[in-house]
Design a protein around this ligand. Structure first.
Ligand SMILES: *Cc1c(COP(=O)(O)O)cnc(C)c1O
Length: 406
């Protein structure tokens, strides 16, 4: 049953009911987002860093595929201090969802978006002088002084003012009277890898030198932040006064944090499920799917699932993945295709048409983590969760309620 919010106006309510009706007749493939697990993971981060360190929850890329609006609302209710997105477009989506906390745009803004950023109170990361100039001009036009965060590239080599140029950049920024440097930040290349700890230490040292330069030039950034998930957990010295975790909030850690003796208390947030839409026997020696890559060694009971690589169930899982059905693991057989995937369910006792199948997540005693699936597919868990496409409706779980997104 979808949740009915009495504060919604009638039009919104109708359009939501229509949408619920549409999704309820859609094919039986969906993602479940456990907002209570998200909240528990957030509290775990809070517990770890203590009350003196702010938490900027990273919800870019639609919250790593989990749904940015719903996740941000719950994280805001749990006390997230800031949110981070990649693009101003994503920041505006958070504003439309009612998020009032400060929002940082990690990639800055595109030409022509400065005014919109200001209007929506989105704070851009700045890494070029022409961006500073454009943002200052937009601020001057509204008679305000705009906050920006400056990113220092301390060795990642991606976005940011190269650390060797930080002093010059800090001085050059002083001429923009309508800008205030509210934050100074950097990003680690390999905080998850103990073998790279000396490089992480070097990045930290370069960042502190840049911070000194900024202060010497007369800037007084409020926020000093460096730490992604891995650094938040593994490098306490790199927490500064704000951390920027993403993955751990979604319960992704097995390929995110350095391998450690103790498992962190983090719970997976995403599950992907579907239902068997066809069951059939094929004979020994017969083949399945494109390219005939699976040949049955015995009479085989084959189940068809309405999910494929367009949904983000990646083709690399062909003949390699597994799912959970009726409390048992069953292998993926043949090539995963665009909209369909096949299973060998010969050994699944009592399997029936319409049985629920878990492709990612837990079902009873068994579970399949995004990290495990990523490993089989030769990638990382983030790419798996980000890849669950918009064609897969999200259902949000809180308490014992399961509902479609607002
Ligand atoms: C994505 C991102 C993060 C979060 O990284 P996780 O590994 O998900 O914790 C933090 N900072 C920046 C600049 C990012 O781009």
């Amino acid at each position: 049953m979808p949740e009915h919010n009495p504060t919604q106006n009638t039009d919104a309510q109708n359009s939501r009911d229509n949408r619920d009706a549409e999704t309820s007749v859609a094919r039986p493939t969906w993602a479940e987002i456990d907002l209570d697990a998200l909240a528990a993971n957030f509290r775990e981060v809070r517990r770890l860093v203590g009350s003196e360190v702010r938490v900027m929850a990273v919800v870019k890329a639609d919250a790593y595929g989990h749904g940015a609006s719903e996740c941000a609302r719950r994280l805001a209710a749990e006390g997230a201090d800031w949110f981070a997105v990649a693009l101003p477009e994503e920041g505006m989506e958070l504003r439309r969802a009612g998020i009032v906390q400060p929002v940082l745009c990690l990639e800055g803004f595109w030409e022509g978006q400065a005014g919109a950023c200001l209007a929506h109170k989105l704070v851009p990361v700045i890494y070029r002088l022409d961006m500073a100039e454009a943002f200052a001009a937009a601020a001057r036009a509204t008679g305000s002084v705009a906050d920006v965060h400056v990113k220092i590239d301390t060795g990642m080599g991606r976005l940011g003012v190269r650390y060797s140029a930080a002093e010059e950049f800090a001085r050059a920024l002083k001429k923009f009277k309508h800008l205030r440097v509210d934050g100074l930040m950097t990003h680690f290349a390999s905080a998850d890898d103990a073998a790279c700890d000396s490089f992480t230490g070097e990045q930290l040292a370069r960042f502190h030198a840049a911070l000194d330069s900024f202060r010497a030039a007369g800037h007084a950034p409020t926020f000093i932040d460096m730490a992604n998930s891995a650094a938040t957990f593994a490098h306490a010295a790199a927490r500064g006064n704000m951390v920027r975790p993403g993955g751990v909030l979604y319960g992704l850690w097995r390929d995110v944090l350095p391998s450690q003796s103790e498992s962190p208390s983090l719970r997976p947030v995403l599950a992907v499920r579907s239902r068997i839409i066809l069951l059939k026997w094929i004979g020994a020696g017969e083949t399945l799917g494109y390219g005939c890559t699976f040949e049955a060694a015995r009479p085989t009971l084959v189940a068809t699932l309405p999910i494929g690589y367009h949904d983000g169930y990646v083709r690399a899982l062909s003949n390699r993945g597994r799912v959970i059905v009726r409390g048992q693991y069953a292998p993926v057989v043949g090539r995963v295709s665009m909209d369909l995937t096949l299973l060998d369910v010969t050994d699944v006792h009592g399997v029936e048409l319409n049985d629920e199948v878990t492709l990612i997540g837990a079902d009873g005693e068994l579970s399949l983590t995004a990290e495990e699936i990523a490993k089989i597919a030769g990638t990382i868990s983030y790419e798996i969760t980000c890849g669950i496409s918009a064609r897969v409706p999200r259902k949000y779980k809180a308490g014992d309620r399961l509902r479609i997104a607002d």
